[in-house]
Design a protein around this ligand. Sequence first.
Ligand code: DC
Length: 218
Amino acid sequence: MSAGPAAPEGAPLIIAIDGPAAAGKGTLARRLAAHLGLPYLDTGLLYRATGRLVLDTGADPRDPAAAEAAALALAPADLDRPGLRTPEAALAASAVAAVPAVRAALLAFQRNFGRQRGAVLDGRDIGTVVFPDAQVKLFITASPEARARRRWLELQAAGTAVDLAQVEAETRQRDAQDAARAVAPMKPAPDAVLLDTTALDAEAVFAAALAQLRARQG
Ligand code: DC
C-alpha cells in the first residue's frame, strides 16, 4: 500500500478506499474499520441522502440550485432514513454528486469525521480530494458484469425485484457519469494501490488489504 504524499507525523490513520459501484468497497471498509478499531464513513450515503432530499421536493437531482439546497439542508437523521439503497437513490446521488457546490458542502463533514480519531472512508474521491494525504489508499475495481451481479444479489436479498440487465445498465451509466464529471471525478490517486476483486471473495479481499497495510507499516 502506498504512502500518501504529506500526512504529518503522528496524524491519525486515514484509510481511503475508492472505486466504482459495487466493487466491494463498503464490505472491505467496514471490515478494516472493525479490525483496526477505527470509525467508518460510507461517503456515498451523504450523496444518496442529498439525492433523496431533492427527489422529495419533486425537483431534478441534476438541477444545481436544488441539489445545493439539499446538501446544505442535510441533517444526520437523513442518513438513517430508508430508501437510500435503491437504484433510484443511487442515480439521484450520482447526479447531485456532479454539482460542484454539493461536493463543497459535503467536504467539511467528511474531513472533520476523519480528523478526530482517524477513519476508514469509502467513496470516489477520498484519496484524491477529501484526504489526499491519507496514509493508505486503495482503489477497488471489478468487472462491470461482476459488480452488477453483486448489486443485483444485494437488491434481491433486500426484497427489491429488479432485472439483472437493468442493474448492469444503471451501474455502467453511474460509473460513466462519476468518472466523467469535471469536479472530483472517480479515479485512482497516483499513489493508490489497485485491487481487482472480480475473482476474489470478501475474505480474500480483506486478506489482500491487510497484507498491504502490514507492508505499509513495515
Ligand atoms: O458509493 P455509492 O454507490 O453509495 O455512491 C453513490 C453515488 O454517490 C455515486 O454514484 C457517486 C457519488 N459519490 C461521490 O461522488 N463521491 C463519493 N465520495 C461517494 C459517492
